[in-house]
Design a protein around this ligand. Structure first.
Ligand code: BTN
Length: 269
């Protein structure tokens, strides 16, 4: 292993978190290896999940969206989950994945990155390649409260040879743009931004984030495709509405996508 590898360190992360966030943190756990930080958080008693952060150096069963696996080699990247209890009904939480993506994007900006973009609903791209993914898992009654686990994976220094055979989409990491970035510092910034963004969202909904999404949107004005059953739908992305739905101009009408996945149609950009 590289001698200069910096392991995650609870004390260093806590020292980097803003005091008002540190005060609200219930617990911050750093584990050597877990199946998945989202699963580990979910196994805690319900009353211990809110405002608890779980990080791991390695995940043996890291989960991505839509049943995918999240490649999680040891001491290379960030795998972080935060538990949160929302009093709102489910119908008001649809934008949460977008808010988590913006929190992650803003933490990366604080770390010195620029040029990264958010791709609906909650990927972060750098140079058109996937840099981070977010997995928001919710449980509760439709009318609320909702116990939510917000999971974020950031590719910091992915071992290339190993990843090449495992990750099935264009990806990148922070190594070439922010060499030597401390994962502990980045973890602290991510905790700060997640707390800040989620508290604004819980109080004010998506409205304060709409303009920021527009600035960071990787898709707006571009031709994109999505799968609808057996059919492929193509259209121009118009941005998101107040509920976080993606607006897709398909010529004769504008569709609202509430979930799913879209891909950029490179030949038409
Ligand atoms: C995606 O883009 O498909 C979402 C990836 C989310 C990965 C993170 S890593 C930390 C947390 N634990 C998991 O098992 N998944 C999320």
């Amino acid at each position: 292993m590289n001698e200069r590898v910096e392991l995650l360190d609870k004390a260093l992360i806590l020292a980097g978190v803003q005091p008002q966030v540190a005060q609200q943190l219930r617990d911050l756990q750093v584990k050597t290896s877990l199946d998945s930080t989202n699963s580990a958080l979910r196994r805690l008693p319900l009353e211990e999940q809110h405002a608890t952060v779980v990080l791991a150096e390695h995940q043996s069963a890291g989960r991505g969206r839509l049943g995918r696996q999240w490649h999680s080699p040891f001491a290379s990247n960030l795998y972080l989950s935060l538990g949160w209890r929302f009093e709102q009904p489910l119908s008001e939480l649809g934008c949460l994945p977008l808010v988590v993506a913006l929190a992650t994007a803003d933490a990366l900006q604080r770390a010195g990155l620029d040029g990264h973009r958010v791709k609906w609903p909650n990927d972060i791209l750098l140079d058109g390649r996937k840099l981070c993914g977010c997995l928001v898992e919710m449980q509760g009654d439709a009318q609320g409260p909702y116990q939510v686990v917000l999971g974020v994976g950031v590719n910091v220094n992915m071992p290339h040879e190993e990843a090449a055979g495992v990750i099935d989409q264009p990806w990148t990491d922070l190594q070439s743009r922010l060499p030597g970035l401390s994962r502990n510092s980045l973890a602290a910034m991510l905790v700060d931004e997640l707390f800040g963004h989620i508290q604004s969202f819980a109080g004010q909904g998506f409205a304060p984030f709409k303009e920021r999404w527009k600035q960071m949107d990787a898709l707006i004005g571009k031709t994109i495709s999505t799968q609808d059953g057996h059919d492929q739908i193509e259209g121009i992305a118009l941005g998101v509405d107040d509920d976080g739905a993606l607006l897709l101009d398909i010529g004769d009408k504008v569709l609202k996508l509430h979930s799913g996945e879209v891909s950029l149609n490179k030949t038409k950009i």
